[in-house]
Design a protein around this ligand. Structure first.
Ligand SMILES: Cc1cc2nc3c(=O)[nH]c(=O)nc-3n(C[C@H](O)[C@H](O)[C@H](O)COP(=O)(O)OP(=O)(O)OC[C@H]3O[C@@H](n4cnc5c(N)ncnc54)[C@H](O)[C@@H]3O)c2cc1C
Length: 90
């Protein structure tokens, strides 16, 4: 059972112990599991892994967006209106 969190303030290194009745993870997705992604470097799925290793069930993990206007090899998104304009021109 989760009773709170231990957190470190990144700028000072100070450690905080916080008790809580419930804990919500807001650590983002896991786009960095792919070689090519537009996700931030921090999107490694740390939070999901912590929950999984603690034996919690995960759900909807298969819902990952593969962006239709992502530029192959670069992980950069082309503007969506530009993609629609290209499609309409075909
Ligand atoms: C290029 C791009 C364009 C997008 N455009 C749109 C758009 O137009 N419209 C739209 O609706 N959505 C868009 N999205 C998606 C949207 O940005 C995400 O769905 C949303 O930001 C997810 O929010 P979140 O709070 O779950 O996670 P995030 O915004 O990823 O926040 C997670 C936070 O947790 C932190 N974190 C991670 N691990 C740890 C850890 N172990 N300890 C402490 N902190 C941690 C991270 O540093 C980060 O600050 C886009 C995404 C990308 C990459």
């Amino acid at each position: 059972m989760c009773k709170g969190v231990v957190a470190m303030e990144m700028t000072t290194g100070k450690i905080y112990n916080m008790r809580a009745k419930a804990v919500l993870f807001g650590t983002g997705g896991y786009g960095r599991a792919w070689l090519i992604t537009s996700n931030a470097l921090a999107n490694t799925g740390d939070g999901v892994a912590v929950a999984y290793r603690a034996g919690l069930p995960l759900m909807d993990m298969e819902f990952v967006q593969y962006h239709p206007t992502g530029l192959y090899k670069h992980g950069i998104l082309m503007s969506e209106p530009a993609g629609v304009k290209w499609l309409l021109a075909q």
